[in-house]
Design a protein around this ligand. Structure first.
Ligand code: NOJ
Length: 556
């Protein structure tokens, strides 16, 4: 099996991971200094959110130069030193490529604004509608809110599916295709092991940029995160681009890999991105859209595994990332009976109090579920510390363009991007080497969740993740196919070979099989050996078992 088929990938949101130079913003120096932490945690690879020069209109997803490093984060030389150090520590490195749009500060867009010959053809410029052209060319809405079109000085309009500072590229243009293959080679030549592809389903738009079929969404809203059909998303023409990219990856040894971020309608559509000559893997997001309910989780797991198996790709398991509410908080309120969109939690945080301790119990249990599954698992920085969403950031601190573009109706994604607490009892909690204001403020209780506070506590979140990652490596990787076991209502139970995973989403304890030994439990109290007597699995918890005929050291 190749590494990417079973890897645990740790997502580094570089701006908030660790600050090396004391300016309150995470950087490459800080990340490099913390590599021992990541190696010790037991992950296999790092995915780093965009680290390229950017005006930061969308936290780096507005790229001004795809072959450079944002000065706030360091230099190209530091990036190369980091790559060497990560590889030395046994960690693969995946970068984030943003091909759907550039920054407005990209040289191509500057040339387009100056109306240099041919420059506008690399983007989607159109005349407006109406007698004086004052209406946008179509009714598409930006994912962040408001129209997906902005007007330039001479009266024409350009398309931006995200912020106005993120003009969409025209992928029908041969220069766009050639440039991105050059960018891929630039980083592959420097040893990068792969790319996560931002908005992988958005590059090609339906010919003529038609208004959306009225029955699909009356508001013309490209609800990207809900997978609704829209002429901007998931067009068949996108696949030829990825066939070209796969050929570039294949020029390298070992082959470089791609992970698609593609919010498409369902796993069957997603599987099309994973055909043998296209991308290697893709995020399957339903896991993070599922409520804490055994029946919903089981449906999501079955669907994801079947779709991946159909194209010979590993399933991928994501519980959170920099775009969605942190897992602890998602599980801290009443659970809906259906899958939810990425902004679901943000719409109800003011209405229903979050019980973070409940959320943490469930998040610990779900971590054991995630890490017992076949395929690739993603951990978003801070998930291993049990951090919750910082919901009550002051409005003036919020930086996500969603906040402004939604007319302040959606608080946006800043709450999951707050700088990590490393140590100490006062901000910046070891994030910066000096007492500076961090780019997003950290909450007063952050010290209780710091790495230093958890490191030596065997019952901490961090201890659970370290034990689970070590145990996954030792036991689960070779464990074989998943088979569901009979279980009581609201309980998930499956075996893989001699191993079992039990997850109790009900509100009462359930009995575990008596002939098994506990490998690891998400509960903080000891479960004890299950051999010879029936042991109860408490509500909102999970356990890994192995058949007692095999001798495994208990790790809990
Ligand atoms: C998806 C990224 O994860 C998100 O953070 C970003 O805002 C959009 N793509 C636009 O690039």
């Amino acid at each position: 099996m190749s590494w990417w088929q079973h890897a645990v990938v740790y997502q580094v949101y570089i701006r908030s991971f660790a600050d090396g130079n004391g300016d309150g913003v995470g950087d490459i120096a800080g990340l490099t200094a913390r590599l021992p932490y990541l190696a010790d945690l037991g992950v296999d690879a790092l995915w780093i959110n965009p680290w390229y020069p950017s005006p930061m209109a969308d936290a780096g997803y507005d790229v001004a130069d795809y072959c450079g490093i944002e000065p706030d984060y360091g230099t190209l030389e530091q990036a190369q030193e980091f790559l060497a150090a990560a590889h030395h520590a046994g960690l693969k490195v995946i970068l984030d490529i943003v091909p759907n749009h550039t920054s407005e500060a990209h040289r191509w867009f500057a040339a387009a604004l100056a109306d240099a010959p041919g420059a506008r053809e690399r983007y989607h410029f159109r005349p407006g509608r109406g007698p004086d052209g004052s209406q946008p060319p179509n009714g598409w809405q930006s994912v962040f809110g408001g129209p997906a079109w902005s007007r330039v000085a001479d009266g024409s309009w350009y398309l931006h599916l995200f912020a106005p500072a993120q003009p969409d590229l025209n992928w029908e243009h041969p220069q766009v295709r050639a440039e991105f293959e050059r960018v891929l080679r630039f980083w592959f030549d420097r040893g990068v092991d792969g790319f996560r592809i931002d908005v992988a389903h958005g590059l090609v738009k339906a010919p003529g940029l038609p208004d959306q079929a009225p029955e699909a969404d009356a508001e013309g809203d490209p609800a990207m995160l809900d997978g609704a059909a829209h002429p901007a998303w998931d067009q068949d023409g996108v696949h030829a681009i990825y066939r070209g990219w796969r050929a570039v990856a294949g020029e390298y040894l070992p082959e470089r890999v791609f992970i698609a971020e593609a919010w498409v309608a369902d796993n069957d559509r997603l599987a099309r991105y994973l055909r043998p000559d296209e991308l290697h893997t893709a995020f399957q997001f339903d896991f993070l859209r599922a409520p804490w309910r055994a029946s919903s989780l089981r449906a999501v797991l079955d669907d994801a595994m079947a779709a991946a198996a159909g194209v010979g790709a590993p399933p991928t398991w994501v519980l959170s990332n920099h775009d969605v509410t942190r897992t602890v908080t998602r599980y801290a309120r009443s659970q809906p009976p259906h899958l939810v969109g990425a902004d679901w939690e943000r719409r109800r945080w003011a209405q229903e109090q979050a019980d973070h301790e409940l959320g943490r119990r469930r998040a610990r249990a779900c971590a054991l579920l995630q890490l017992a599954l076949p395929g690739t698992a993603y951990i978003y920085q801070g998930e291993e510390l049990g951090l919750e969403e910082v919901e009550e950031l002051p409005d003036e601190a919020r930086q996500d363009p969603t906040f402004v573009q939604s007319g302040f109706a959606d608080v946006g994604r800043d709450g999951c991007r707050v700088p990590l607490p490393w140590s100490g009892h006062a901000a910046p909690y070891g994030f910066s080497p000096a007492p500076v204001a961090t780019w997003l403020p950290q909450p007063p209780h952050w010290g209780a969740h710091s790495v230093a506070a958890q490191r030596d506590d065997p019952e901490s979140f961090l201890a659970l993740y370290r034990a689970a990652l070590a145990s996954r490596r030792e036991h689960w990787l070779a464990a074989g196919a998943l088979q569901w076991l009979p279980s009581p209502p609201d309980v998930l139970a499956f075996s893989r070979g001699d191993l079992q995973c039990w997850v109790n989403t009900s509100d009462h304890p359930v009995s575990l099989p008596s002939s098994s030994k506990v490998l690891l439990s998400s509960t903080t109290g000891a479960l004890g050996s299950a051999t010879g007597e029936s042991t109860a699995l408490p509500a909102d918890s999970a356990v890994w078992l192995c058949r007692s005929s095999r001798r495994h050291a208990a790790e809990s």
